[in-house]
Design a binder for this molecule. Structure first.
Ligand code: SF4
Length: 365
């Protein structure tokens, strides 16, 4: 049964005491991360975008470098997208940095060079979801709004022993209400960061450190000796093994044929060696036929040779084997398909599969 919001409401006195214990713990144990020493809203925004899906240790080595190259919103907006993508290379999830750049351009187009100060206004900019707008508004501007990420969901799911997925439905509302209750008297920047820090360093997914947790005496999951059983999540979807075929066309000038992924889909805007749709491994797809279909779709003529290499990678619930075949192609460039030197294609931002294939090709071609 879904948890009722009221049933799990944290009474004000308890919320104050939880917040106070959490802030004492944070004052003593918070990691010294470079962006936490910054008062610059732009720098805080960049750190929040970098930290989505990327490990803190990796971000710690790249954040200042990005700010040195693009020190403020105006500098970021003035840069070519290709240069911004190149500075982001290796951090992955390029859609984030494209949104960061688009938001900077949008602000400069409006004639402003500062971020808006409220979560509601931030939310209107590209790339600002509920979490990022709450995090930037509370940390940079002290707005009393929650910032609920996966860490915070996990902490509250355990504290309250929520018997439903905290990312959905009523359980999500319970988590949001709990975060708001704790914010009632506490300083928002510290409180939100302390909650995230607790989830990232103590109330971790697999082995929560309940014995050193400031909330261990009041945590319902701990009392049930079942911390690792929370949060409740739906069973993961079964992964499917699929194949796709990749065309490796090269000209005499050392350029290769790349295409840009369309807007709206997976890896939108990134460049790749042209590749077919996914085919279930069990269907034993024919590479020559699949690549011929792709050539027709792209209005090109290809002679397909034997496989050069294959790489494996995963996207959501697909485990993909991408098999690269050399093809002969004598046609020119057209919209979204270009002959580009591989070094230049890397600076434009490549899909992970294409980057892996290129790493292997010099020894193969
Ligand atoms: Fe998480 Fe354990 Fe703390 Fe509960 S006591 S919030 S499960 S670390």
């Amino acid at each position: 049964m879904s948890p009722g919001v009221n049933q799990h409401a944290i009474p004000p006195r308890q919320a104050r005491s939880l917040a106070s214990d959490l802030l004492d713990w944070y004052a003593e144990y918070a990691r010294d991360l470079p962006w936490r020493r910054s008062q610059d809203p732009y720098g805080i925004w960049v750190s929040e975008v970098m930290l989505q899906q990327t490990r803190v240790e990796v971000v710690a080595g790249r954040w200042q470098k990005f700010l040195d190259r693009f020190p403020d919103i105006e500098a970021l907006a003035a840069a070519a997208e290709a240069d911004v993508l190149a500075e982001w290379a290796g951090l992955g999830y390029y859609r984030r940095v494209r949104s960061l750049h688009r938001a900077a351009c949008e602000l400069v187009d409006r004639g402003v060079t500062e971020l808006p100060r409220s979560a509601a206004e931030l939310r209107l900019l590209p790339g600002f979801g509920a979490y990022t707008s709450g995090a930037v508004a509370s940390i940079a501007f002290g707005e009393r709004v929650p910032a609920v990420d996966g860490n915070v969901e996990r902490v509250f799911a355990r504290l309250l022993a929520l018997d439903a997925d905290p990312a959905k439905g009523d359980a999500k509302k319970v988590v949001h209400a709990a975060a708001v209750a704790l914010l009632d008297r506490a300083e928002p920047a510290d409180l939100n960061q302390a909650l995230m820090e607790l989830g990232a360093t103590v109330c971790t997914p697999r082995s929560p450190g309940c014995e050193v947790c400031p909330w261990s005496g009041r945590c319902r999951a701990r009392a049930l000796d079942a911390a690792a059983d929370y949060p409740r999540r739906p069973a993961p979807r079964r992964t499917e093994e699929v194949l796709c075929f990749v065309a490796v066309a090269r000209d005499h000038a050392g350029r290769m044929l790349f295409r840009q992924r369309p807007e709206g889909g997976h890896n939108a805007g990134l460049w790749e060696l042209p590749s077919t749709d996914f085919h279930p491994v069990a269907s034993e797809p024919d590479p020559v036929g699949a690549l011929a279909n792709l050539a027709r779709e792209l209005e090109r003529k290809w002679n397909v040779a034997d496989p050069l290499t294959k790489v494996r990678h995963s996207i959501t619930h697909h485990r993909i084997t991408a098999v690269a075949h050399a093809v002969q192609d004598a046609s020119g460039s057209k919209d979204g398909i270009e002959w580009i030197r591989p070094e230049e294609a890397r600076t434009r931002g490549l899909t992970a599969a294409t980057a892996k294939i290129l790493d292997r090709l010099p020894t193969l071609l």
